[in-house]
Write a protein that binds this ligand. Structure first.
Ligand SMILES: CC(C)(COP(=O)(O)OP(=O)(O)OC[C@H]1O[C@@H](n2cnc3c(N)ncnc32)[C@H](O)[C@@H]1OP(=O)(O)O)[C@@H](O)C(=O)NCCC(=O)NCCS
Length: 168
């Protein structure tokens, strides 16, 4: 599996992967416009010349970033690809000097296995919700907020152990 930054030519495959799960209610849909405008936020995993996973790191504020649009193709689930993507995005947040990474998700066990913990959505700064106005679920969001704290001393060992370098 190759992990690299997304390119403009990846957008159709990325959209198809994400929106297939969005139709099942597992994640939010993404438009071509959103993907083109935010292409620099995305990583893709490639196997046999096909995009088999995608995820993005979106910077929200000085010390806060969001992992969004995480999707692994069904036949590649359970092989550790989701975790590799999340670890690389956490590593990217760390390089940027960002201390906290969150996700809004239904996949709480997956994110727990990546070192995240559930938080009360009320703890999130209001800037997070500004972008939610355009979401189909607004104002009845039932996703769960999960947080990863990079400088948590309890986590340092686990984070160093699971950090994986990426060739993008
Ligand atoms: C959630 C998702 C990204 C996980 O990706 P994945 O590549 O299958 O997960 P991994 O193989 O990296 O699993 C990592 C760990 O999470 C656990 N895990 C993964 N999915 C899980 C699930 N649905 N329930 C419980 N545990 C799960 C694995 O058992 C593994 O545990 P381990 O490290 O202790 O062995 C993938 O299932 C997916 O794309 N789902 C559909 C779209 C979606 O829901 N995206 C999330 C939007 S926020």
């Amino acid at each position: 599996m190759q992990l690299r930054r997304a390119k403009l030519g990846d957008v159709e495959e990325m959209m198809s992967l994400i929106n297939n799960y969005a139709q099942q209610g597992l994640m939010l849909p993404r438009s071509r416009n959103m993907l083109y405008e935010n292409i620099r936020e995305f990583l893709v995993a490639i196997e046999n010349n096909q995009i088999v996973a995608v995820a993005a790191l979106h910077i929200v504020w000085r010390d806060l970033a969001e992992i969004r649009a995480l999707a692994v193709a069904a036949e590649y689930m359970g092989k550790g690809i989701g975790k590799v993507l999340v670890n690389n995005l956490i590593s990217e947040a760390s390089d940027l000097g960002c201390n906290k990474v969150f996700a809004l998700t239904y996949q709480t066990e997956f994110f727990e296995s990546c070192g995240f913990h559930e938080i009360n959505k009320d703890e999130m700064p209001s800037k997070v919700w500004k972008e939610c106005i355009n979401c189909v679920k607004f104002p009845n969001c039932d996703e769960i907020a999960m947080m990863y704290i990079l400088d948590d001393p309890k986590k340092e060992i686990a984070y160093n152990e699971t950090s994986i370098s990426c060739k993008y």
